[in-house]
Structures are given as structure tokens and as C-alpha cells.
Design a protein around this ligand. Structure first.
Ligand code: CA
Ligand code: CA
Ligand code: CA
Ligand code: CA
Length: 606
């Protein structure tokens, strides 16, 4: 793994040529005169100069890519409890999320599953969120109790961010009637600092994001809210006209999102109104951070359920303005609001701009708002081949990730209806639905490959939150899913790493330490570019891992790429000729501070 400390100077020699921060010394600008140097792993294909292969190196995977359900063998036994006892209360069908956090900084991603709970007047069992520590051998250990996270709450979503910049990632969990901020103490334990921080929130929160909206280097907190709801005010609706069903939100009033500004002393200030974000008409579920004009200032895309989506543009003065309608992301092409749930922003078309994908209701299909530049988006869902295959499902968790590492971001959708009785009147629809995996074919088209990547991707479940991570540290991205009132899933990506990749963790110094908002552009020898931004939130109630994974396509001897980083502070950094198949850590202003070859062997498969 990538935790071994190597002197920075040595790394510069090993990992790349031209290791430096901007502004670059002039003599570094002509790397063509220098031989390409790499820290390629010993098992990488032998270069012309070193023709003898290393005998002990296992062959690079070459088979078809499949996803395998490894939940049980990984020791994950988390089961979500929605507390349902027959009254069909709205929140029961909405949760919950899953977040990836490396809480102990050992370089291996750990998993946090959010849980709901029994209702107070029908309390039969105690359920809490669960933190699973990654044991580095393909298994996890439930460390919830010793971590101090065994707190009962009606949890919805989670967001991971180092709000106090101490190097330990902290956790915010949104929960009905009162959310929680858990500060990471750095010794495996968390402390509930909600009251002191002033971020208890109230009402019906959903997804949340950490981001530094005012560029002071401290992460602020934005919390989406769904609807105004109470148990006594739960509305009656019935699909068959008689028996109560879980309803869509039309009969409820919306609830405003909240923005909490980080004051830097462990406290936060509710600046929702001051920032122009107060909006009680919204019924928000998902949030995607978007850097609209690549200027380092983060705007908020908020997906709303049966209400216009919002695009809160950051005015760079502490305020936001909704440009959703003008930008073309508020409604569908017919001018109708859809049931926006999970959402993600990503550069799927190699334009260097972030486009927006949204999960919607059955018969609506996925939306793909392609960023045309100039704050204008057009829905390419149908043209891209995403909408039609997704019309039969209801999508919650949703994210771009390059599962086959070919350099083209693909799209994963976790599905499950909201009405557990939906098939009574509509036999073609089901509460539990299989996920969808779309492979990016380039040229703006996606192919539904869900049926071709193993049984796990064809298994129906009432999926809600979903996130990606490389839990087995083999360079390809695996998937964690939280299932409403059911068992969580961990799907291992097998053979995704038959292609090359570059993984990187960014550490901010002047910028927030998690480097949330940093934009990384990887440029291949062919000149093709891909851009990713370090982010929180996205998907539904969930958060994927912080490290970025860039697919580099077919392995070649001594393959290198160049990397450009735009830090939130405004600093830019260039790394020339970085070798493929490495995990690098880049610190703001210092370049690469550690580099480790990725072990591509299928080490935990038996
Ligand atoms: Ca911290
Ligand atoms: Ca801030
Ligand atoms: Ca791909
Ligand atoms: Ca993996």
C-alpha cells in the first residue's frame, strides 16, 4: 500500500521527471531530453531495456470484467432497519446512505453504513449506524462500538470531511429530527460534537456535502432537506384506493436546505438566509458539487423530487443564485419537474466540464445534462442511451466511475421503488429492482452492460445509497450499497484492472486538507484528457472515496501521463511523466510525497 514514507527528493527521481510545483523552473520545461523515469511496479510489463520479466510477478488480469457479491466473505453483516410496523410512514422508504472514509489513515478505505431505527412508540430493537474497519485482507471488522458511533437515530445520509483540518476525516450523519457531527479524535474514536458545533439541524434532512464555499480553507456544510413531515402529519395515499402506500412527496410542503459556515473554532453559523439559499419550496434529495466555470468556486446542483431542480451558482461573495431554469437543468424537455433523487457531476465527455446525471422515477428515466459551457446544459439522456433502459426502474444511488479503466467514465445506478406494494396494480414494476451499469462507449453514447457483468448486477434489491471504493487495493473500483430494510452489499470488481490506472490522494495545505474542489486533469501521451474533481456528496445520501482513479486503458511498457492540479486555493501544480499503475499522494505545494505501485493480483479471491 501507499503508506510507506519515502523522501520527497527520492520520489521525484523515482516517480516522475519534472517533479515540481508551479511556477516551474525553466529548465524543467523540456522533459523530452530526459529519459522517462517511472516507479512502475516490478510486475509491470518489461520495457525494452529490461527485457527479462520478473518470475514472481503474477500475470496481469485479462478475463471479462464481473462484479461479485463479496458481502458475506468480507464480514459485512450490516442490515438496515427502517422501523416499519405497518403505518407506512414516509421516511421508512427513503433511507439510508453509505460513506467511504479512511478514518484511521492507514490508506485502506473503511465503510460507514447509516441506519434508521424503530419508531419510539414501537421500539423493539436498538439499531445504530455501523463503521467497518478494512482489515487489509479482504475482510472488515465492525468497530462501531469502540469508535463511539453506536448512537441510535433515524439516520438518512452521511458526509465525510476534515472540517477542522487536523488530518482526521470527520463524519456528519443527517437524521430525522436531529443530525450528528462526529469529530474524529485520531485514536479510532469519534466524539459527538453536534451541540457545540451547532449543526444539529432539524426536520427531514437528506444528502449533505462538505465544501469550502467562501474559500477560507475551512469546510462548510450544506444539508439538503426533503419535506415538512411529522408522524402525526403523515399523509394518506393508496395506490389501490384503499390500502395505505408509501407516497410521492406532492402532498407535503417542501423544507429549505441549510448552509452552515465553518467559523474555525469548532462552531458553525447557520448562514442559509444570508447566503440566499433559503427556499422552503424545494423537496431536495441529492446534491452534486459543480465547478461551473472551472474557477475553483463550487456551486451546488440540488436534485428535487417533483419540484424544479436547483443550480445554486456561487457568486464568490458568500451568496448563491439559483440558475437552474436558465441553465436548463430545472425540468425535463417537456418543462416538467421529475422525481430527482441521486445525482452526480462528472466529465463524461472529455470536455473538461462537469455534466450532471440524475436518477428519476419509473417511466422517467435517467437524466444526463451535458455541460455545454457558459452555464448551459442540454439533456442528452435519450441520445446517450441512458433514459430508455432506466425507465423501468426508480433510481436512488447514482455515480460516474470508470469501472473498466478505459479512460471513459461509466455510470452506475442503484435502484428500488418507493412503494413496497407497487406490483399489486402494476405487475411489471417491483419494489426490489436490479442495479444498472452503463459503459461509456465514447462519442456521448452509453451501453447498458448490466446483464453482462455477473449475477450481482442482475440481483434485485431495494437499493438506496451507493458509493465506490477500491476496498481490495487492486486498482479497480468496487461498489458498496445500502439497502432499505435489508442487508448491505459489497460488490467486488474483478478484472477491471486488466487496464492501467493512476490513483491519487490529494492533501491540501492552504486549501482545505481533503482538497475538496481540487480539479485534476490527466493527459495521456496521445493528448487525450480527463478531468475529475475531489468531492463530497453525490449519489444519494452517500459519499464515495476521496482518492481519484483515472483509467489509463491498455497497459503498455513504461506508460506515463502528465497531471495538472488546480487546488481550491488557486495554486496550480504540474506533474510530468507520472508512471501508470501507481497510487500517489500529492501535497499542495510539495508535489508527490508518496508513491506506491498498485498490487494488481486478485489477492483476496479465495
Ligand atoms: Ca478532523
Ligand atoms: Ca469555508
Ligand atoms: Ca469506462
Ligand atoms: Ca478493487
Amino acid at each position: 500500500m501507499h503508506k510507506v514514507a519515502i523522501p520527497a527528493a527520492l520520489l521525484c527521481a523515482l516517480a516522475l521527471a519534472g517533479c515540481h510545483a508551479q511556477p516551474a523552473p525553466p529548465h524543467r520545461e523540456s522533459p523530452a531530453s530526459q529519459p522517462a523515469q517511472t516507479a512502475a511496479p516490478s510486475r509491470a510489463p518489461a520495457s525494452a531495456e529490461t527485457a527479462s520479466p520478473v518470475p514472481s510477478a503474477p500475470p496481469r488480469p485479462s478475463g471479462p470484467i464481473t462484479f461479485t457479491d463479496v458481502t458475506a466473505q468480507a464480514g459485512i453483516h450490516f442490515r438496515h432497519n427502517n422501523g416499519a410496523f405497518g403505518k407506512k410512514l414516509l421516511p421508512e422508504t427513503m433511507g439510508s446512505g453509505v460513506c467511504v472514509i479512511d478514518y484511521d489513515n492507514d490508506g485502506w478505505p473503511d465503510l460507514l453504513f447509516v441506519n434508521s431505527a424503530d419508531w419510539p412508540d414501537h421500539h423493539t430493537k436498538r439499531t445504530t449506524p455501523a463503521l467497518y474497519h478494512n482489515n487489509h485482507d479482504g475482510t472488515f471488522t465492525d468497530v462501531t462500538k469502540q469508535a463511539g458511533l453506536d448512537v441510535e437515530m433515524y439516520g438518512m445520509g452521511c458526509a465525510v470531511g476534515d472540517y477542522d483540518n487536523d488530518g482526521n476525516d470527520d463524519i456528519y450523519i443527517t437524521a430525522l429530527g436531529g443530525s450528528h457531527l462526529f469529530r474524529n479524535l485520531g485514536n479510532g474514536r469519534f466524539s459527538d460534537v453536534t451541540a457545540r458545533a451547532g449543526v444539529a439541524d432539524s426536520g427531514f434532512p437528506a444528502s449533505a456535502v462538505w465544501f469550502d464555499y467562501d474559500h477560507d480553507g475551512r469546510l462548510d456544510l450544506f444539508v439538503a432537506h426533503y419535506v415538512e413531515w411529522s408522524e402525526s402529519g403523515d399523509q394518506f395515499c393508496a395506490l389501490d384506493g384503499t390500502h395505505k402506500s408509501y407516497c410521492t412527496p406532492e402532498r407535503y410542503k417542501g423544507e429549505s436546505a441549510r448552509l452552515y459556515r465553518n467559523l474555525g473554532n469548532g462552531r458553525f453559523e447557520d448562514v442559509t438566509k444570508k447566503a440566499g439559499l433559503y427556499d422552503p419550496s424545494s423537496k431536495s434529495l441529492g446534491i452534486a458539487l459543480v465547478d461551473l466555470d472551472n474557477d475553483g468556486w463550487l456551486s451546488l446542483f440540488v436534485s428535487n423530487d417533483t419540484q424544479a431542480n436547483k443550480l445554486w451558482k456561487n457568486n464568490r461573495n458568500g451568496t448563491f443564485t439559483d440558475e437552474g431554469f436558465a441553465a436548463g437543468v430545472a425540468y425535463n424537455d417537456a418543462g416538467k419537474a421529475r422525481a430527482g433523487m441521486g445525482t452526480d457531476a462528472g466529465d463524461y465527455d472529455g470536455s473538461g466540464r462537469q455534466s450532471i446525471a440524475i436518477g428519476n422515477f419509473t417511466n422517467e428515466g435517467l437524466a444526463l445534462y451535458q455541460n455545454q459551457g457558459g452555464d448551459l446544459f442540454t439533456d442528452q439522456g435519450v441520445a446517450a442511451g441512458l433514459t430508455e433502459p432506466s425507465e423501468r426502474v426508480l433510481t436512488f444511488g447514482l455515480f460516474f466511475f470508470d469501472y473498466d479503466l478505459d479512460g471513459l467514465p461509466d455510470l452506475f445506478a442503484a435502484n428500488g421503488h418507493v412503494a413496497d406494494d407497487v406490483s399489486v396494480l402494476q405487475p411489471s414494476l417491483h419494489y426490489a429492482e436490479p442495479p444498472l451499469l452503463f459503459r461509456n462507449r465514447g462519442s456521448g453514447k452509453f451501453e447498458d452492460v448490466s446483464g453482462k457483468v455477473g449475477a450481482a448486477m442482475r440481483t434485485a434489491m431495494v437499493a438506496r445509497g451507493a458509493a465506490y471504493l477500491d476496498y481490495d487495493s487492486d486498482g479497480d473500483l468496487d461498489i458498496a450499497i445500502n439497502v432499505n430494510n435489508g442487508p448491505a452489499r459489497l460488490l467486488r470488481n474483478d478484472n477491471g484492472n486488466r487496464n492501467s490506472m493512476l490513483r491519487m490522494k490529494l492533501v491540501g495545505t492552504k486549501s482545505n486538507r481533503d482538497a475538496i474542489g481540487a480539479r485534476v486533469t490527466v493527459i495521456a501521451a496521445s493528448g487525450s484528457k480527463q478531468m475529475q474533481m475531489v468531492k463530497t456528496g453525490s449519489s444519494y445520501l452517500s459519499q464515495s472515496e476521496f482518492p481519484l482513479t483515472f483509467g489509463l486503458g491498455k497497459p503498455e511498457p513504461a506508460k506515463t501521463v502528465s497531471v495538472e492540479i488546480a487546488w481550491p486555493s488557486g495554486r496550480t501544480e504540474s506533474l510530468a511523466r507520472v508512471a501508470a499503475d501507481q497510487f500517489i499522494t500529492v501535497e499542495e505545494g510539495k508535489g508527490i510525497i508518496s508513491a506506491q505501485p498498485i498490487d494488481l493480483s486478485p489477492k483476496f479471491e479465495r
